[in-house]
Ligand binder design. Structure first.
Ligand code: FAD
Ligand code: DHB
Length: 396
């Protein structure tokens, strides 16, 4: 049987970053991931980093490519009734956000882990947690047909919403809060120079649309779609025609038509708000999507994963800093409440952004409220400051 200090389940941004932060503190980890490294690094997901996230990536020593290639954005735009309204993040908060894809963050972290020589097992099957309620937890898994067992002090459950960590906690020990939304997001990645300077979140009568980017030559765009929609129903041509209709003729006319750069990736994701509390059960800690989900409007998912593991790495560092006989669990006990405070603020903001920008079926009263709220946002500097403060990330 192998031994380590912290067994990390899941090599998404949460697991990889936790491994790197703990490595910097001299704390040993093993990383167990169900998928292949190629699959994990190719997954197209988030794209906007808060300045606090960039700080944590700097501390982890993985920010040099981010600083060289990331795009600094000082504002975002909201499209409504044919007009675009700019929220000047920099003027309102003194801060900017960085556009840098989750694929790139993942690659930088994987490279750093390989350079550190820290052990990672990709394609680990049947990962299972044992004895997490007591002082000597174990993790078992199979790799290339062979069974393995790791004894550890702690398990970090960083295995996303569908992982096994949260499900290893007895139901009676968890409280779950959830909201599902009656639509999804259809995302497209395509290679052409973004014909917009900053992100545009558009509330249109045909539904929500988002114009984003990944680099000076690559766009990432989303449309609100029906939960019944299938990718096969959305040809590139249909996507870009609908995108132009929702963003307005000025932007629509700037999307290259013939030949439209073929999309590199196309996917549909449902929207959900979800929090499981607390984030600790015995020797198991939950972090990132394993513990919570936000709807993507507002770009908080990846940023929350980073703040969770930053708090968790501090708690573990404080624990291991003391000599073995004197180790107190107070820092570990405080992790859940500290992370949850930030999580709930991000849940609120993502829910608010989702409510203000999408078409919800069938409630005319709510629609009038939504329009009044957007008008207030465009007219009130105080309302813009509140949005900007949340968008760049609250200092909690
Ligand atoms: P994940 O990235 O989900 O990583 C969890 C890892 O655990 C995965 O690699 C998984 O393979 C592994 N795993 C799962 N089960 C097991 C197991 N049993 N054993 C071992 N390993 C396991 N956020 C935004 O801000 N903007 C976006 O546009 C956006 N788009 C998204 C699109 C999709 C389709 C999804 C699913 C999420 C999106 N998000 C977005 C959210 C953001 O990507 C996540 O919040 C972020 O990836 C969370 O990181 P994580 O490491 O906690 O979880
Ligand atoms: C992106 C995704 C988001 O959810 C968001 O709010 C902004 C940008 C993106 O993938 O680029």
């Amino acid at each position: 049987m192998r031994r380590t200090q912290v067994a990390i389940v899941g090599a998404g941004p949460a697991g990889l970053l936790l491994g790197q932060l703990l490595y910097k503190e001299g704390i040993e980890t093993i990383l167990l991931e169900r998928r292949s490294a190629e699959y994990v690094s190719g997954r197209i997901r988030a794209g906007v980093l808060e300045p606090g996230t960039v700080n944590v990536l700097e501390r982890a020593g993985v920010a040099s490519r981010l600083h060289a290639e990331g795009l600094l954005h000082e504002g975002v735009e909201i499209g409504f009734r044919g007009r675009r309204h700019r929220i000047n993040l920099k003027a309102l908060t003194g801060k900017s956000v960085t556009v840098y894809g989750q694929t790139e963050v993942t690659r930088d972290l994987m490279d750093a882990r390989a350079a550190a020589g820290a052990p990672s097992v990709y394609e680990a099957e049947d990962v299972a947690l044992h004895d997490i309620a007591g002082p000597s937890p174990r993790v078992t898994y199979r790799h290339r047909g062979v069974g393995h067992e790791v004894a550890c002090d702690f398990v970090a459950g960083c295995d996303g919403f569908h992982g096994i960590s949260r499900r290893s906690i007895p139901a009676a020990a968890l409280s779950v809060y959830e909201r599902v939304y009656p639509f999804g997001w259809l995302g497209v990645l395509a290679d052409f120079p973004p014909p917009w300077e900053e992100l545009i979140y558009a509330n249109s009568e045909h539904g929500f649309a988002l114009a984003s980017m990944r680099s000076p030559t690559r766009v990432r765009c989303y449309l609100q779609c029906s939960l019944e929609d299938r990718i096969g129903q959305w040809s590139d041509e249909r996507f870009w025609t609908e995108f132009g209709r929702r963003l307005g003729s000025e932007i629509g006319a700037r999307v290259p038509s013939t030949p439209i750069a073929p999309s590199i990736e196309k996917s549909i994701a449902p929207l959900r708000s979800f929090v499981a509390e607390p984030l600790r059960f015995g020797r198991l800690f939950l972090a990132g999507d394993a513990a919570h989900i936000v709807p993507p409007t507002g770009a908080k998912g990846l940023n929350l994963a980073v703040s969770d593991v930053f708090y968790l790495s501090e708690a573990l560092r404080n624990f291991y800093r003391e000599p073995p006989g004197d180790r107190a669990e107070s820092a570990l006990d405080a992790y859940s409440a500290r992370a949850l405070r930030r999580i709930w603020h991000a849940e609120r903001f993502s829910w608010w952004m989702t409510r203000q920008l999408h078409r919800f079926p069938g409630d005319a009263f709510d629609e009038r409220l939504q329009h009044a709220e957007l008008e207030h946002l465009f007219e009130s500097r105080a309302a813009q400051a509140s949005m900007a403060e949340n968008y760049v990330g609250l200092a909690l």
